[in-house]
Ligand binder design. Structure first.
Ligand SMILES: Nc1ncnc2c1ncn2[C@@H]1O[C@H](COP(=O)(O)OP(=O)(O)OP(=O)(O)O)[C@@H](O)[C@H]1O
Length: 222
């Protein structure tokens, strides 16, 4: 079943078409990897997919509904983004993971927080101050924070780009496990074609905001 359908998505900033007429369909359990050189518009495309930025032209259908008719907060809960920079708030690991619930004034599901931390290899980290975490640990907290909302689609922006090789391997392995075990639908941005090969089923290659190629990983990254 199709979950997301980008239709002619375009964003113009200062007369520059940073995302230009991108149409792509994402089905349930798809892992679509977006690749392209620096400045190709990969992060910009991701931010358009959950309307963190507003399209200048085109739109996205989420489960068949134009996403502009869905309240932004609901939309961003359903289509969750893990940003390139984890941007944690001062406080404990648990407070960051449950950030969505706290912002929505909902009670926190402590058991769900614990389950996620365990899945992300952070079992005893609940009360740790996020200031004291390594880059890889912060990134894993950011992933848990987005997954806490149980999104239908997970958007990952360069999830390992700031990490040292050991942390990169760890985060990549954890993400692969999560994708498989939770049967996640994912759009993952990376500049690293090897990483795209490791994750990808389908690859979308962007160049100057335009879709250069889209298709199975072995064809696009041959
Ligand atoms: N808010 C903005 N205002 C002006 N220009 C922007 C804005 N956001 C992005 N751009 C420009 O849009 C283009 C695409 O940027 P984007 O960050 O999406 O590329 P990217 O492929 O993710 O690059 P990288 O791999 O370096 O992160 C760049 O030329 C960038 O300078």
């Amino acid at each position: 079943m199709t979950i997301l359908e980008a239709q002619h998505l375009t964003r113009v900033v200062d007369d520059e078409r940073i995302v230009d007429d991108v149409s792509v369909t994402i089905s349930e359990s798809d892992v679509l990897v977006v690749v392209g050189p620096s400045g190709a518009g990969k992060s910009s495309l991701l931010r358009l997919l959950n309307r963190l930025d507003e399209p200048t032209e085109g739109t996205v259908l989420f489960e068949g509904t134009d996403y502009r008719s869905i309240p932004p907060r609901t939309l961003r809960q359903r289509i969750g983004l893990v940003p390139q920079d984890p941007a944690l708030v001062p406080g404990t690991v648990a407070e960051n993971v449950a950030r969505g619930a706290i912002l929505r004034d909902e009670s926190v599901d402590d058991a769900a927080v614990e389950r996620l931390l365990e899945r992300l290899g952070l079992a005893d980290y609940t009360d740790r101050d996020v200031e004291d975490l390594s880059g890889g640990e912060k990134q894993r907290v950011a992933i848990a924070r987005t997954l806490y909302n149980e999104p239908d689609v997970l958007l990952l922006d360069e999830p390992t780009s700031h990490l040292d090789p050991d942390s990169e391997e760890r985060v990549e392995a954890l993400l692969s496990e999560l994708i498989r075990d939770l049967d996640l639908t994912v759009v993952l941005v990376t500049h690293d074609e090897d990483q795209a090969r490791r994750f990808g089923e389908r690859v979308l290659a962007l160049r100057d905001g335009v879709v250069d190629r889209v298709g199975p990983v072995e064809e696009v990254l041959a």
